[in-house]
Design a binder for this molecule. Structure first.
Ligand code: 5AD
Ligand code: SF4
Length: 433
């Protein structure tokens, strides 16, 4: 009987891709098969996120639960960003953990597996990270790394410490991976990196140096590929050439993630984001004018150290002007190894919670009017998921989740759907063609 692997993936799309890679490595070298039942697994992996403090706390309680329910001889491994930043501390606090494998070291999974109490967390550049193995959690869309690490110095963010320096993956490898995914049936590729539109900043060798816009052109030339998405672009690098290619290229899905973080120039400076409120508004306006149907999503942090009521009002003002289709909002969480951890002008926690709920309530009013306007519209949906309630679900070109009554025959197909019922998070419709 084959050995069983249970894997839990937290955090971002980069982690999802890292998990796919570990699943493929363990299958190829060790014959592991996936299971959804942790208690029957021979190996339990948690692929962690460290961007905020809460999930880190949760990790240790979860580890305790897994330790109780696991088979006697099963191993538990902690991987990903929290593994990178806590390292051997994890084994100190949870001695039953067999190994710790950092976000930049996932290619070593089949190796650490056999080294009890191994801790592999270097963030040096390692070329084996480039060629990811061929396991896809969805046959319909392929996550593809285009760069690893991050060179920015946002003062709130731990990621450069967990994922290391930013290195772009050679364009020919990316195009070859995308082509292979399309040959295997995917109609959509999702290009991944911490700052995708900074692509080309640094390569490891003598590779052809191209920028993100040129990479998009090359990927879009792949025959049979119908949709390109990417995450995350950085507002600072949204130059005209990039926005114009985004607007012009029919294969690029019309949804853009623009992480604002704050609308206040003072706070943006203290976060070291490199752009101003005015630049951000200018870029969003250019996008909306060239792509009327674009949906823009964002990340916002409230209660960053020093944030006054007036700073917070600036953030609400950007929300009012841009009218984001989706907002991921967070209360600032001080992180080790970051510059802002040492800032002393912290905002009272209650004030932070209050601002977070005010912001979310404001966004709900915007969302209500955005979704009401979708009623009766026709959108192109790529169906990817069969739901147990008799619906198939997919995403519209501009990233709305759309459900229609139907069966698996629709999976992997793109169809025109008329929206007949709307809510803040899901739209319902009928297939028209
Ligand atoms: N506190 C709160 N939110 C954070 N993020 C990153 N670091 C922190 C932090 N220290 C948010 C940012 C980022 C998203 C992935 O997580 O908004 O864009
Ligand atoms: Fe992804 Fe950042 Fe979380 Fe690491 S810390 S998993 S890069 S969101």
């Amino acid at each position: 009987m084959s050995k069983k692997l249970f894997i839990e993936t937290l955090g971002c799309a980069m982690n999802v891709r890292d998990s796919e890679h570990m699943i493929a490595e363990l299958n190829a070298h060790e014959g592991y098969e996936l299971t959804e039942d942790a208690s029957s697994a021979d190996l339990i992996l948690i692929n962690t996120c460290s961007v905020r403090e809460k999930p880190v706390h949760k990790l240790f309680s979860e580890l305790g639960v897994f330790n109780k329910l696991k088979k006697a001889d099963a191993k538990i491994g902690v991987c990903g960003c929290t593994a990178s930043h806590l390292g051997k501390e994890i084994i100190k606090r949870a001695p039953y953990v067999s190994f710790v494998l950092g976000a930049r070291n996932v290619s070593k999974i089949a190796d650490v597996l056999h080294r009890d109490k191994a801790v592999e967390i270097e963030i040096d550049y390692d070329e084996s990270q480039f060629a990811f193995k061929d396991f896809r959690s969805s046959p319909y869309k392929a996550y593809i790394n285009i760069s690893i690490g991050c060179d920015k110095q946002c003062t709130f963010c731990i990621v450069p410490k967990t994922r290391g320096d930013e290195i772009s993956i050679p364009a020919d490898l990316i195009v070859a991976e995308a082509r292979k995914a399309v040959e295997n049936g995917a109609k959509e590729v999702f290009l991944l990196g911490q700052n995708v539109n900074n692509y080309g900043r640094r390569f490891s060798g003598e590779n052809e140096k191209i920028n993100f816009t040129e990479l998009l052109r090359r990927v879009s030339a792949i025959e049979g590929l119908e949709r390109i998405r990417f995450t995350s672009p950085h507002p600072l690098h949204m130059d005209d050439e990039f926005i114009e290619e985004f607007a012009r290229n029919p294969k690029i899905c019309k949804s853009m993630h623009m992480p604002l973080q704050s609308g206040s120039n003072e706070i943006l400076k203290s976060m070291k984001r490199g752009y101003t409120k005015e630049w951000f508004l200018n870029r969003a306006a250019k996008l909306r004018s060239l792509v009327p149907d674009v949906s823009i999503s964002t990340d916002i942090i409230v209660a960053f150290p020093g944030e006054s009521d007036a700073d917070f009002e600036d953030t609400l003002d950007v929300m009012k002007q841009v009218r984001f289709e989706q907002v991921f909002s967070f209360k600032y969480s001080p992180r080790p190894l970051t510059e802002a951890e040492g800032f002393t002008n912290s905002v009272d926690s209650e004030v932070g919670s209050h601002r977070l709920s005010a912001l979310q309530a404001y966004q709900d009013t915007i969302l209500d009017s955005i979704s009401a306007a979708m009623l009766g519209k026709e959108v192109e949906v790529y169906f990817e998921e069969l739901r147990s309630d008799g619906y198939v679900a997919g995403r519209s070109d501009n990233n709305a989740v759309v459900k229609v009554k139907g069966s698996e025959e629709w999976l992997g197909r793109i169809a025109r759907v008329k929206i007949t019922e709307v809510s803040r998070s899901v739209q319902y419709g009928e297939i028209v063609a």
